[in-house]
Design a protein around this ligand. Structure first.
Ligand code: GLY
Length: 335
């Protein structure tokens, strides 16, 4: 079992990584909590024991459940159960569950503690760590939310054994991006070690830039196109699959802008293929539509598009990329 820390002064919190670490939940429940609201989904087969009075609240499956109605339902359920400010929410699940439960915790009684028990690879290496919570609007993904740091995160790698293969592969799409954030050798590591290496990288970045005023944005590598593909919404793509496609596109765009050479693009392609993830978007996409979605993304700046791009000194956030450049690159990239 590995124990890592997100260092945020008095809001610092531990992240446990390893098989069976969910059994340590009770020792991480805040001392003053009397009740724990477990937020999970019916299909998640991982009961947890908080050691205090607990009640389970189910949310629906899938990205469609990440909406304000689910938040309304949860907060009203907490109120009907008479939950107080000292009590704790425990999210058990993947990114949808931790995003939704974290946001409900952030706003209920103006903020109550939350612990994430991440049961998917994507949740463990990304979504559960760093305090980004929120839901989607019909206009776009994650447009409503809050930074609300958990008081602990448990990445129980035993839970990954029961993931459907496609869900597991999708998590590898998020894992792949860490290679370009300076985590080498992930493909050759045992799973626990690889998860811990990604978690350590993310914990360090979040500790240095909690609110994404600078380098935390590097964690969005591959996400500009990925979010547009997901928002376009007509394709059967998991988040990590969209990120994998987004990584390859970002590399091609960086090459077009003279930041990297063809060998480095080939490295991106080889990594994505090694994880058995798609490296091209599905057919039927329109470059203009994707660019207009990207322009609406909350990470976009005035006067051009924003991408995280690779370069000779590593990743950078590059603002002000002309729409035309991106449209041309997309037209070359789309099948
Ligand atoms: N998923 C990117 C971040 O947490 O900043």
């Amino acid at each position: 079992m590995r124990e890592l820390v997100v260092s945020l002064g008095e809001r610092s919190y531990p992240i446990l990584v390893g098989a069976g670490c969910r059994h340590r939940l009770a020792e991480l429940v805040p001392i003053r909590a009397e009740r724990a609201a477990i937020v999970t989904q019916e299909a998640i087969p991982w009961p947890v024991d908080t050691g205090i009075e607990q009640r389970t609240f189910f949310i629906d499956d899938g990205e469609e459940a990440k909406n304000l109605e689910t938040i309304d339902d949860l907060c009203r359920s907490f109120a009907r159960w008479d939950m107080h400010r000292r009590d704790v929410v425990v999210a058990v699940g993947g990114g949808v569950v931790t995003d939704v439960a974290g946001f409900a915790a952030a706003i209920y009684h103006r903020g109550i503690p939350v612990i994430h028990v991440a049961t998917t690879l994507l949740g463990q290496v990304d979504a559960a760590i760093g305090g980004k919570t929120g839901v989607n609007l019909p206009e776009g993904k994650n447009l409503v939310g809050a930074f609300w740091q958990p008081s602990a995160v448990l990445c129980d790698t035993e839970t990954l054994g029961t993931l459907p293969p496609r869900e597991y592969r999708s998590g590898q799409g998020e894992m792949a991006k860490y290679r370009f954030l300076g985590v080498p050798g992930l493909l050759d590591m045992p799973l626990d070690e690889a998860v811990a290496a990604c978690v350590a990288c993310k914990a360090e970045i979040v500790g240095s830039d909690e609110r994404e005023s600078g380098r935390r944005a590097l964690l969005n590598y591959g996400h500009t196109l990925a979010h547009a593909l997901e928002t376009a919404g007509r394709y059967d793509l998991r988040h990590g699959e969209a990120v994998a496609i987004g990584l390859v596109f970002a590399a091609r765009l960086a090459e077009r802008l003279g930041r990297i050479d063809a060998n480095r693009v080939a490295e991106h392609l080889a990594l994505v293929s090694a994880y058995d993830l798609p490296n091209r978007p599905p057919p039927g996409l329109d470059a203009l539509e994707l660019v207009s979605i990207m322009a609406r993304d909350k990470k976009a700046s005035a006067g051009g598009l924003t991408f995280v791009l690779d370069g000779s000194h590593g990743l950078d956030v590059v603002n002000g990329i002309a729409d035309r450049q991106v449209i041309d690159a997309l037209e070359e990239f789309l099948p």
